[in-house]
Design a protein around this ligand. Sequence first.
Ligand code: ATP
Ligand code: MG
Length: 354
Amino acid sequence: MSMLPVGSTIGILGDGQLGRMLASAAARLGFDVVVFGPNEDSPASRVAKHTIVADYTDKDALAEFHVRTNVITLEFENVPVESIQILEDMGATVRPGKTSLEICQDRHLEKQFARGNDIPTAPYWVINSVEDLAAALKELDGKGILKTRRDGYDGHGQARVSKDDNPATAYARIGNQPAVLEAFVPFIGETSGIVARQADGTYTTFEPARNVHKDGILYSSTVPSGFDDETIADTIEYTIRLAKALDHVGVMAAEFFVLENGDIVLNEMAPRVHNSGHWTPEACQVGQFEQHIRAITGWPLIRPRRTVDVEMINLLGDDVFDAFGSDDLVTIYGKREARAGRKMGHVVRRLNLG
Ligand code: ATP
Ligand code: MG
């Protein structure tokens, strides 16, 4: 695969903190960045050379984006597949491609895809009506997690259903949208695999972290994870298998539940850099953001050897103003408003510096 020349311009679809960190990594390699997203004054726009503020399917704006860039990537998995199609029809190279988005945007397609690749998921039912939900709940003894098929993040679009809940009320809580009902997975921990894959199939993986969620939002990622060697190997192997099956180009993450016997069950995939990899720039030879830029530009991937034990902790809402200690390495996303539960930044603590 040919390498994108030094000084080329990378387009990023999406304007949040992941775009901001990708743009910073791209700048370090001498690339210019153009951001495309719907928001004025976004976190990514303030570290980019140029920003196009438009709806994702605005054809004129996408044409301008294509003209201004040499390769296009994304930081947001809910960019409409239509936008990628429009860009590709204009002759743009978009990495990752449509398949990664199509599958990862829909919790049913995602689980079906995983199972088709011999990767276990939680038992689940596709829900299109209150009747579907009532029938599925019967098989789950009245308990489960109801999630919208599309557009969920940070625990939004989810409702925990218990025995006393009425199916109609539960379905209304997620807006009566197409959904899946998942069985509760009795996990002893959570982990995630992160792989970077190039167009020629070359890939590298980061060490899986131990992830802790609070209220459906990632709270911390710790490495080493302390999980069994076999659990760690399975996490890496399944993540690579998914990336290959998607023919994914760029960084991709897969989140797993770890069961008591060490087996893992896929929760969900992200066709992009991932919050559970935010420790990598501070702890490894190369971080996930730079590795993503390398993967999509055809630059050689670096072996991401870890040099230190770490803990990454998210700063939500007002935490961003006072949560860091003297030795913590802090990253702040530059959001203008610190709403409760909103990801505002993170800290990385290096645990065995000596
Ligand atoms: P994010 O985008 O931040 O990863 P999300 O909104 O996509 O979050 P999920 O990953 O589906 O949400 O769920 C968030 C967390 O809720 C999980 O990491 C896990 O802790 C818990 N959870 C979700 N589904 C289940 C399940 N079936 N059984 C047990 N716990 C679950
Ligand atoms: Mg998740």
